[in-house]
Design a protein around this ligand. Structure first.
Ligand code: NDP
Ligand code: ZN
Length: 353
């Protein structure tokens, strides 16, 4: 079969691979809608996870089941399914402890385009189908459901990690598709003021649509200064980081009130350390909590998020700015994520087999 791969750090291309085989609990799925992720760019062009050779890329997909293992109970060939970016091994101690995204090792619940071939292929393998797949309801278009698999679950995880309370002031740094979903998640969880940080007009407009009350353009001056001005020198209760490089942690700590939480869902692709500023962190005594997390995945979470979409609580379809038809356009869509043009939020590729 054909697939689009990371050939090595900095190199991508189409390759031929063996069609995957389903174990007793697994499924083989053929994609019907896929999207590239900024994480694919960190992985390939920054070599953020280390060397990978001929690894098929992609971890955001909706597809059709073509084969299931003998022990799969809830899915059959022909079913249209939502495939989460994170497909944990549920029978592991990490999953029992509540961290399925780290099942079998740190970040190892993230399998597609990390530890095994991804979804940019004619067929892909899903481990533990009954626990990881969700049926696609007829009233949710495949391309909208693709936005749930990673963007919505990751952005919302930012809001979960930040433990948003009614009336919280929240700063969301980075308003790409992930940050936009953090804004939507923070709003649903009851945030008061939500300040979004970004610069591209398309993102700013979308940030307001999803619930940002204020915008800080980081190109117009230091973020910390602008946030302090907006908040009369008080800072914010919560910060969600969904963009920028690792130096952003300094700013996040600075603008967080004592007792506040900094929740990172950004994938820091470069550098050996993430600096925390000593004084702003109260010489270590400020009660400013720093958290960071890979999104949870799995079936139950996808089903819950589908309910949010079906009941008009959030519309992740608004993230889609570019829609392509045809498998071969995966390459174009992925490269768009590298050189983000001003009007890009998220591209999607629909595959009509
Ligand atoms: P985008 O590149 O689309 O968006 C990044 C945002 O950050 C943009 O708004 C950009 O501004 C802003 N930004 C860039 N530089 C700065 C800066 N110096 N200061 C402030 N803001 C800045 O990314 P995505 O939304 O697609 O993804 C965000 C991150 O989440 C990525 O690192 C991705 O890899 C990661 N991720 C993490 C996952 C997880 O499970 N934790 C899963 C999926 C993704 P501008 O408006 O100028 O473009
Ligand atoms: Zn991703």
């Amino acid at each position: 079969m054909k697939g689009f791969a990371m050939l090595g750090i900095g190199k991508v291309g189409w390759i031929e691979k063996e069609k995957p085989v389903a174990g007793p609990y697994d499924a083989i799925v053929r994609p019907i809608a896929v999207a590239p992720c900024t994480s694919d760019i960190h992985t390939v062009f920054e070599g953020a996870l280390g060397e990978r050779q001929d690894l098929l890329l992609g971890h955001e997909a909706v597809g059709e089941v073509v084969e299931v293992g003998s022990e799969v109970k809830d899915f059959k060939p022909g079913d249209r399914v939502v495939v989460p970016a994170i497909t944990p091994d549920w029978r592991t101690s990490e999953s029992v402890r509540g961290f399925p995204m780290h099942s079998d090792g740190m970040l190892a619940g993230w399998k597609f385009s990390n530890v095994k071939d991804g979804v940019f292929a004619e067929y892909f393998h899903v481990n533990d189908a009954d626990m990881n797949l969700a049926l696609l309801p007829d009233d949710v278009p495949p391309e909208v459901a693709v936005m749930i698999t990673d963007m919505m679950t990751t952005g919302f995880h930012g809001a979960e990690l930040a433990d948003i309370q009614f009336g919280d002031s929240v700063l969301v740094i980075g308003i790409g598709p992930v940050g936009l979903m953090s804004i939507a998640g923070a709003k649903l969880q009851g945030a008061g003021r939500i300040i979004g940080v970004g610069s591209r007009p398309a993102l700013i407009e979308a940030a307001k649509y999803y619930g940002a009350t204020d915008i800080v353009n980081y190109k117009n001056g230091p973020i910390e200064q602008q946030v302090m001005e907006l908040t009369d020198g008080e800072g914010v209760d919560k910060v969600i980081i969904a963009g920028a490089g690792s130096d952003i942690m300094k700013i996040a700590v600075e603008v967080t009130k004592p007792g506040g939480i900094i929740a990172n869902v950004n994938y820091f692709g470069e550098g050996d350390t993430i600096p925390i500023p000593r004084l702003e962190w109260g010489c270590g005594m400020a009660h400013k909590t720093i958290k960071g997390g890979l999104t949870p995945g799995g079936r139950e979470r996808m089903e819950r998020f589908l309910e949010l979409v079906r009941n008009d609580r959030v519309n992740p379809g608004k993230l889609i700015t570019h829609k392509f038809h045809g498998f071969e356009n995966i390459e174009k869509a992925l490269l768009m994520m590298k050189d983000k043009q001003p009007d890009l939020i998220k591209p999607v590729v629909i595959i009509d087999w």
